[in-house]
Design a protein around this ligand. Structure first.
Ligand code: ATP
Length: 245
């Protein structure tokens, strides 16, 4: 095993993975720098989700290596990987994955409570992030009483409230309308940048990818040419953020 570069928070080498014989990843290598917002783009079925699952330790690749802060993830057992995900990573899926029986603030605080943070401190952190995401007044409501866009804000608040090293976001705005999509993503990327959180964002949407610092492309489970961000999207994405998150 070759140790990864020091400034990469996530580093993967030559990942191969198939799903029941159908290829998901076919030799993907990449590094994600500390504090970077990296977009992984590609059409449906290109391997984005499989890559995020491998990088976040949800899936062990059939071949290849994944390192987090110079620690090998691919050799960890299920319990260590579970702890790593709980303590260091956040996950935002396309569909908000909330516990229906819990209120907005309880859903947001859940990762902190699972880590053993006190009820009081977890509630405080959750409430602060809900305020920043403009859903503070909904803190006591249950998911069924909310709009889809509000539920997805809870997912974002939950990921941020846990102060992870890395947030993996898999098509986080796929189910939202265009205006909501832009606002939520700007909030996520602005908050991540100001708190030094690395983001790996899977998307097939060029407008979403334009909010990232760097974009890599996937096609049929392989890396395709790096896609540099045009200057215009820099203005559109980073500089246009005025949220105080
Ligand atoms: N659980 C699974 N069982 C069988 N095949 C799968 C499974 N998950 C993914 N695949 C296949 O692996 C390939 C990569 O899928 P993956 O979901 O990683 O791509 P994606 O780029 O995230 O696509 P999408 O945008 O549709 O989610 C596809 O051909 C897909 O059909």
């Amino acid at each position: 095993m070759v140790a990864p570069p020091d400034n990469d928070v996530i580093w993967a080498r030559s990942l191969h993975h198939s799903h029941n014989g159908s290829p998901g990843l076919a030799g993907v290598s990449l590094g994600v720098r500390d504090g970077e917002v990296l977009a992984v783009t590609g059409p449906r079925g290109s391997g984005k989700t499989t890559l995020l699952h491998c990088l976040s330790g949800q899936l062990v690749p059939e071949q290849g290596e994944v390192w987090f802060n110079s620690v090998p993830v691919h050799t960890m057992g299920p319990r260590l990987r579970e702890r790593l995900r709980r303590d260091r990573f956040g996950w935002i899926a396309a569909e908000p994955q909330l516990v229906p029986e819990l209120s907005t603030w309880e859903n947001t605080a859940l990762p902190l409570l699972l880590r053993g943070v006190s009820h009081r401190a977890a509630k405080k952190a959750a409430t602060e992030w809900l305020e920043r995401l403009d859903i503070g007044p909904l803190a006591r409501k249950r998911p069924h009483a909310l709009l889809q866009s509000q539920r997805q804000r809870i997912s974002v608040a939950r990921a941020l409230a846990a102060s992870p090293s890395v947030i993996f976001a898999d098509e986080p705005t796929a189910t939202l309308h265009r205006a909501e999509r832009a606002q939520l993503l700007r909030t996520l990327t602005t908050a991540a940048r100001s708190h030094g959180i690395t983001v790996v964002l899977a998307t097939h949407d060029a407008e979403v990818a334009a909010l990232a610092d760097r974009v890599i492309g996937l096609l049929d489970g392989r890396r395709v040419t790096n896609v540099p961000l045009p200057a215009a999207s820099d203005t559109e994405g980073r500089s246009a953020c005025s949220l105080s998150v």
